[in-house]
Design a binder for this molecule. Structure first.
Ligand code: HXC
Length: 261
């Protein structure tokens, strides 16, 4: 078990799970540029750590996952500065993490917080979680994927109401809309995230990475191209020892033992 405290983000490795915690509870885990860089850096570090098979992102405390980008930091920013320092552009790099990312949303996921959650592969939420894109109330628009991802998760009308009117979804509404995969009592959130991550940890890492990669294609390409991509990746699984092991184990009525090869 390895625990690394950075300035505003902590990282804990408890094989096969790596957990990243946004740790600015006094500011409801608002994400500054520094926090973003640390989260992205920690994600890539965990992605390259062999005994980590799944990554959990959560927020410290029982009130917020992340209440958005840091408004204090943004308040006096000029366009030229945002452009030059590529304000919040680094989030894109989360897309390149191969290992599955679980967002354990433990309270407010607003603005950039909702967008970070949507960059994860699976969102689970505590009963007190809520999701929203209140940027317009601050005179800006979502800037880390909110206008693109939310519509695919909750449909156009609901996404428009959230983005144009600042409507928040409760955890129950988010589950009903399909934004989150399950809602659990707050004290069960991390145990549930760890259970999910451990399940992923027992599977073949290259197979899980291929499956995640293919699902991403559904967002990024046409259906025809995505289907061709999936077909090729499916065929390539037969080059893996883990495919032989998985199918052999089924036929021999035993648990598979995957070796990531
Ligand atoms: C900086 C924040 C913050 C934020 C909360 N705080 N959200 N600081 N940035 N996004 C701070 C408050 O200033 C306050 O600090 C402390 O956290 C507690 O917050 P309160 O407002 O007192 O708590 P409460 O009354 O319970 O209200 C909770 C809340 C509210 C509803 C979540 O804090 C809120 O509306 N926050 C802003 C949410 C938001 O608009 N997010 C979108 C940001 S824009 P003090 O020092 O007073 O104790 C964005 C753009 C993304 O995310 C695009 C990036 C590319």
């Amino acid at each position: 078990l390895v625990q690394v405290m950075r300035a505003v983000v902590s990282m804990k490795i408890d094989s096969p799970v790596g957990k990243i915690t946004i740790a600015r509870p006094k500011a409801l885990n608002a994400v500054s540029m520094e926090a973003m860089q640390e989260i992205v850096h920690a994600s890539h570090h965990l992605d390259r750590t062999d005994d980590v098979k799944a990554i959990i992102i959560t927020g410290e405390g029982n009130k917020a996952f992340a209440a958005g980008a840091d408004i204090k930091e943004m308040a006096s920013q000029q366009y030229s500065e945002a452009y030059k320092r590529r304000f919040m552009e680094g989030w894109r790099e989360l897309r390149d993490v191969r290992k599955p990312i679980i967002a354990a949303v433990n309270g407010y996921a607003l603005g950039g917080g909702c967008e970070v959650a949507m960059m994860a592969d699976i969102i689970i939420a505590s009963e007190n979680a809520s999701f929203g894109q209140p940027e317009v109330t601050l005179g800006v628009i979502p800037g880390m994927g909110g206008t693109q991802r939310l519509i695919r998760e909750v449909g156009k009308s609901r996404a428009m109401e959230m983005i144009l009117c600042g409507r928040r979804l409760s955890a129950a509404e988010a589950e009903q809309a399909g934004l989150v995969s399950r809602v659990v009592p707050q004290d069960q959130l991390l145990p549930e995230a760890y259970r999910l991550a451990a399940k992923l940890g027992a599977l073949s890492a290259p197979v899980i990475a291929k499956a995640k990669d293919c699902v991403h294609r559904a967002y990024e390409t046409s259906l025809a191209e995505g289907l061709r991509y999936e077909q090729r990746e499916f065929w390539s699984c037969f080059a893996l020892e883990d495919q032989k092991e998985g199918m052999r184990a089924f036929l021999e009525k035993r648990e598979p033992h995957f070796t990531d090869s």
